[in-house]
Design a protein around this ligand. Structure first.
Ligand code: ZN
Length: 173
């Protein structure tokens, strides 16, 4: 059986079966976990499966907080999560980490909204958030966080671009 529209094989059951095998590994890891992330860093990044924040940043598993969405954009919901992260989980620094070759730079909001409208008969109330220049997008996100009145005063915010071609990280803000 495959998905008619993509030809790809269904995967939920297989992944849930694999999750049973993870349980002993988790129980071995968990004694090292406290209620707060031991590295006080929150990373805002793209949902792209090739972005593996703990590997990129050399952070042991389970030590940093990660907020992901399409693009790694600083949306209202990311701000909501960051405020909870800072005020209840005591993270104090934020890294906005987007990447080269992001799918969000491959279409326009109007393209996607028109496609949705064609299929669903109406447009959603949100903007997809496509962007043209990844560095400008990172800088926009960093500027929004630096101006955010709900984060704690000590907030340190940086922005960087991960290069999918060679695995390097370039700091841009
Ligand atoms: Zn992406």
């Amino acid at each position: 059986m495959t998905h008619a529209d993509t030809g790809r094989t269904p995967c939920i059951e297989e992944r849930l079966a694999a999750a049973r095998d993870y349980a002993p590994r988790y129980r071995a890891l968990v004694p090292g976990f406290g209620p707060l992330p031991s590295i006080p860093l929150a990373v805002v990044t793209c949902m792209d499966a090739r972005i593996i924040p703990s590997h990129i940043l050399g952070a042991p598993e389970g030590r940093i907080q990660v907020m992901r969405n399409a693009g790694g954009l600083v949306t209202d919901d990311v701000v909501r999560s960051l405020v909870v992260s800072q005020r209840r989980l005591r993270t104090r620094e934020i890294l906005v980490l987007q990447h080269t070759g992001c799918g969000m730079a491959s279409f326009t909001d109007e393209d996607l909204l028109a496609e949705i409208e064609q299929d669903a008969g109406a447009r959603p109330g949100w903007a997809p958030g496509a962007f043209g220049d990844v560095e400008a997008s990172v800088r926009d996100g960093v500027a929004r966080l630096r101006a955010c009145p709900w984060l704690v005063d000590a907030t340190r915010v940086a922005g960087a671009v991960f290069d999918l071609a060679d695995g390097s990280v370039r700091v841009v803000a």
